[in-house]
Design a protein around this ligand. Structure first.
Ligand code: ADP
Ligand code: MG
Length: 573
């Protein structure tokens, strides 16, 4: 059968174009990506062999081999993992199916357009940074190679396949003769990239990025005869990183492991490594990213914590292992108590998994509390990135509510930075009994809202809520420290009871309009009611305004105005 030519999915073609044209400086990371994939492929085979042992009866020592060939100018990366059949090659190497791809693709397109105008200047670097964040995975091979050949035979299948491309729009696919199980990737190195044929250079790159990989990474010395005993050398430490004692893992190793396990490229904001012993034995190695992953709000997203049982990878999709409102976590949980032959189905509603989640959750929240206390500014950056997700826990998980309220931070009408609810309560004015909030689209709009005038005049702080999730938790969480939450746009906020004075802003009040009072006010209100008719429920005098003449409020029993607007937009009202 002859080879077939196929087109890359549009997103892939775009990505490849940028990968090959941008001045992406860290070209060496291609090796990390390919070794990472080889490691995943071996994990998958080990898991499949739990229920189908025949898959692993031959060639049982799983490893990656890196072989430079200076004469041919090629570098091959070969694994004896799960392999790919024809359909999988097409699907995995011709399309991107990851969640968040759409958002990423849009941003990339913009960056690419800008870069095009400017010929690879600063904006080109922006595209590079974006790619770094999203990860190009396999496609990073094209940063160093003019042509990439992939041959693969899937475990349990007889036919091997060859996939080949020069990274410009299309690839070919056809049958191959190769008999080995697993995947071999041959990079035909570009002229300027011949440094990746030097064993010393390769050794350094592997040590730097892939030392934490549990799989042995072997480097083959091209100078030595094929049967020389020391021709193959293991370069990495191998062995599961999370199983090592904390004292033996360096910060760099943690970071590289985070990049591998979390498919992330930023630095971890928080690393939590714990060996838990007792009724349950398990190890946690968890990371909080410093940046939002692309798929944080994607409906198809998953959490990023992989489940292992005694070092054997089980799944990266264990429902219930991590609460949805901690879905930004990355890392691994390795349990000694679950049976090795546990199927993914058996994990659903598994009480052991639920117990692990409960401690995991507790530990993460405790760690966050510690950070909030010790390093408030650093914590604020975390909160800006992941606060909206944590707030989902306020209504999804009553047990976590109290801890989450302690961790929550807010913008406020009276201060520049973020405030905690404890800060808020401490600054409450005499006679003030509620925690006042206002919801809206943006901080700027909220800060200008006439609804705040009366509060500002008395120096009463109002929390400014701009996340979509804020409208939901406010229906569930009724109070903090005995103080109810109250939206200033709902009903009559009892400002009259509160004694307070605004910080003196030195502004004179000469320009203010004359106040309408007494009988004149009665006539005005009657006239307004008549004119507005059914459009409003009531027209009332208020002490909440100081500068503006009128403002809209919702009735006590009605929905918060911002929520009502949102629901209307979504046609739920
Ligand atoms: P990611 O690893 O984030 O999924 P990649 O671009 O690195 O993205 O790889 C895409 C997919 O191709 C992988 O998810 C995997 O299914 C498949 N793949 C890549 N390399 C290998 C390999 N060596 N063996 C088996 N499958 C592979
Ligand atoms: Mg990958």
């Amino acid at each position: 059968m002859t080879d077939q030519t196929m087109q890359f999915q549009a997103e892939v073609a775009k990505l490849l174009h940028i990968v090959t044209h941008s001045l992406y400086s860290d070209k060496e990371i291609f090796l990390r990506e390919l070794i990472s994939n080889a490691s995943d492929a071996c994990d998958k085979l080990r898991y499949a062999a739990l229920t189908a042992p025949e898959l692993l009866t031959e060639d049982t020592e799983l490893k990656v081999r890196i072989a430079p060939d200076p004469k041919a100018g090629t570098l091959t990366i070969a694994d004896n993992g799960i392999g790919m059949n024809r359909d999988e090659l097409v699907e995995n190497l011709g399309t991107i199916a990851r969640s968040g791809t759409e958002a990423f693709s849009r941003q990339l397109e913009e960056a690419a357009k800008e870069a095009g105008k400017e010929e690879g200047g600063k904006k080109g670097a922006e595209a590079g940074r974006l790619i770094g964040q999203f990860g190009v995975g396999f496609y990073s091979a094209f940063m160093v190679a003019d042509k990439v050949t992939v041959t693969s035979r899937k475990a349990g299948e007889a036919q091997a396949w060859r996939w080949e491309s020069d990274g410009t729009g299309s690839y070919t696919i056809g049958e191959a003769d190769e008999g080995q199980r697993g995947t071999t990737i041959t990079l035909h190195l570009a002229k300027a990239q011949k440094e990746f044929l030097e064993p010393a250079r390769l050794r350094t790159v592997i040590k730097t990025y892939s030392d934490h990989i549990s799989l042995p990474v072997m480097l083959i010395d091209p100078e030595k005869a094929a049967d020389a005993e020391d021709r193959e050398e293991q370069v990495n430490a191998a062995g599961a990183l999370w199983a090592r004692p904390k004292s033996e893992v360096s910060e760099e190793q943690y970071r590289e492991f985070y990049h591998h396990v979390g498919r992330a490229f930023d630095d971890p904001w928080l690393t939590l490594h714990a060996h838990v012993e007792g009724k349950l034995d398990y190890t946690l190695l968890l990371f909080v990213p410093s940046r939002r992953p692309f798929d944080l709000f994607d409906p198809d997203r998953r959490h990023g914590v992989k489940l292992f049982v005694r070092r054997v990878f089980i799944t990266d999709d264990c429902e219930g292992l991590v609460p949805p409102w901690l879905r930004f976590l990355r890392g691994v949980v390795d349990s000694s108590d679950l049976p090795l032959n546990v199927s993914r189905e058996m994990l659903q509603n598994n009480p052991l998994v639920a117990k692990i989640r409960a401690t995991l959750q507790k530990r993460v929240l405790r760690e966050l509390e510690r950070k909030a206390e010790k390093a408030p500014e650093d914590y604020a950056t975390f909160w800006e990135a992941f606060g909206p997700v944590l707030k989902e826990g306020l209504y999804e998980d009553r047990e976590a509510q109290e801890s989450l309220l302690k961790l929550a931070r807010f913008h406020s009408s009276e201060r520049d930075g973020l405030v905690s609810l404890a800060d808020y309560v401490a600054a409450m004015k005499e006679g003030q009994s509620a925690i006042y909030t206002i919801s809206g689209e943006s901080l700027e709009a909220l800060r200008r809202s006439p609804q705040l005038e009366g509060f500002r005049a008395k120096g009463v702080e109002v929390l400014l809520l701009t996340d979509a999730v804020d409208d939901f938790w406010q229906n569930t969480v009724t109070e903090f420290d005995g103080k109810p939450f109250q939206s200033v746009t709902r009903g009559a906020a009892d400002l009259g009871e509160i004694k307070g004075k605004a910080k003196d802003d030195g502004e004179s009040d000469e320009a203010k309009p004359e106040k309408v009072e007494g009988a004149a006010l009665g006539t005005l209100i009657a006239a307004l009611k008549q004119n507005l008719g059914e459009a409003v429920k009531d027209v009332r005098e208020t002490d909440r305004l100081t500068d503006s003449a009128v403002c809209l409020v919702a009735g006590d029993a009605d929905l918060d105005m911002h929520l009502a607007r949102m629901l209307k937009q979504h046609q739920r009202l």
